[in-house]
Design a protein around this ligand. Structure first.
Ligand SMILES: [Zn+2]
Length: 306
C-alpha cells in the first residue's frame, strides 16, 4: 500500500495526507478527545463520534460529495469498507473518474479537500465550502497532471534538470525531512518525516516549540528529527532540510549570531554519534510533508508521533 501511495499522481502534500490517514492519525475530534482535548462528536452531525471514517466518508456533509462521483455499482463497497480496506480499494482501482483522471488521484485529492474544508469551517465561522465541490476537486487533479506533463517536457528538453520532487534515499539509508514553521505571533513548531527506499512512511512527528524565530524552529526540527530517528534505531540517515543557511550552519558549526548556538551544538553532538548521517539541502517542493507537519506543530504544546 505504501508504494502505491508514493506513486499517486498528486501533490506531495496530498500524498502526505493519505499516509497520515492510512495510519489513522488524523486529528479528528475522536482522536483529540482521547488526548483529553474536547469532545469526540462531529461538529456537524452532533451525536456521532467523529472518527476518520466519519469525517472522510460517512458525515452527512461529505456523503453527498461521494454520491456525485462514485458510480452506483461501486457504492455498496465504497460505503461499507473499514478505513484500511477503503484506502486500499480506492488506491488500487484501475478505473477512471468522470473527468477521465485516474480514480485513485481523484479520491486522494478529494479526501484532502474534504479534510481541509472541515478544518477551515472549524476555525472560521464565515468560511463557506466551494459550491461546486466536485468540479473544484477535478480542477486540482487536472492542474497537477498538466503541470507534471509540462515538467516532463522540460526534463526531456533540458540537459540539466533539477529534480525538485521528493527522491527516495539510496542504499540502506532512510530519509529524514525536517522543517520548522513560525506563525504570525512567533509561535513556532517543527515537524519531520522519515521514509524508506520505496517512499514508505517509517515515522513522523510534530511538536510545538514555543516562541522563537523561523530559523530556530528549523534547528529544532533537525534536533528533534535526529533524536526521533535515533529512538527508532536507524543507523544510516539522509537528512534533508529546505534551508541552505541551516544546512551550512550545521555542517560548519559557524553561526554569525549567538541565537541558536546551543541548538547547533546539540545537533552537532548528535552527528558525531556512531551512525551515518548525510546532510543535504532539499527544495521546498520536496519538503512539503515536513512543512505540513511543522505547521501542525505550531498548534501543539506537546509532541505528536504519527
Ligand atoms: Zn458528521
Amino acid at each position: 500500500m505504501w508504494s502505491k501511495i508514493w506513486r499517486l499522481n498528486v501533490t506531495e502534500r496530498v500524498r502526505c495526507f493519505v499516509w497520515i490517514l492510512a495510519y489513522d492519525r488524523l486529528l479528528t475530534n475522536y482522536r483529540k478527545s482521547r488526548m483529553g482535548l474536547g469532545h469526540a462528536m462531529c461538529n456537524h452531525c452532533g451525536n456521532v463520534v467523529e472518527t476518520s471514517m466519519h469525517v472522510m466518508r460517512d458525515c452527512s456533509l461529505v456523503t453527498p460529495f461521494w454520491l456525485q462521483v462514485v458510480p452506483m455499482r461501486e457504492r455498496s463497497t465504497f460505503f461499507t469498507e473499514d478505513l484500511q480496506q477503503w484506502i486500499i480499494t480506492n488506491i488500487n482501482t484501475g478505473r477512471r473518474g468522470n473527468n477521465g483522471s485516474a480514480w485513485c488521484d481523484i479520491w486522494a485529492t478529494a479526501c484532502h479537500c474534504l479534510w481541509t474544508w472541515r478544518n477551515k469551517e472549524m476555525h472560521d465561522n464565515n468560511y463557506v465550502r466551494p459550491s461546486h465541490m466536485v468540479q473544484h476537486v477535478y480542477k486540482i487533479v487536472e492542474d497537477y497532471s498538466q503541470a507534471r506533463r509540462v515538467n516532463e517536457l522540460m526534463r526531456n528538453s533540458e540537459r540539466f534538470f533539477t529534480q525538485i520532487g521528493w527522491q527516495p534515499p539510496c542504499g540502506h539509508f532512510v530519509k529524514l525531512n525536517t522543517d520548522g514553521a513560525c506563525k504570525d505571533n512567533n509561535i513556532a513548531g517543527c515537524g519531520g518525516i522519515i521514509r524508506g527506499a520505496h517512499g514508505e512512511w517509517l515515522g513522523g512527528f510534530a511538536k510545538g516549540v514555543g516562541v522563537c524565530s523561523a530559523f530556530a524552529a528549523e534547528l529544532w526540527g533537525v534536533l528533534e528529527g535526529l533524536q526521533y530517528a535515533r529512538r527508532l534505531g536507524f543507523t544510516a540517515v539522509e537528512l534533508n532540510i529546505d534551508s541552505i543557511t541551516v544546512v551550512q550552519v550545521i555542517k560548519t558549526g559557524r553561526l554569525s549570531s549567538p541565537i541558536g548556538l546551543p541548538l547547533v551544538k546539540q545537533i552537532r553532538r548528535y552527528l558525531e554519534l556512531d551512525w551515518e548521517i548525510m546532510i543535504a539541502h532539499a527544495y521546498r517542493e520536496s519538503n512539503k510533508c515536513a512543512d505540513a507537519l511543522a505547521s501542525i506543530g505550531c498548534t501543539l504544546d506537546r509532541e505528536i508521533i504519527f
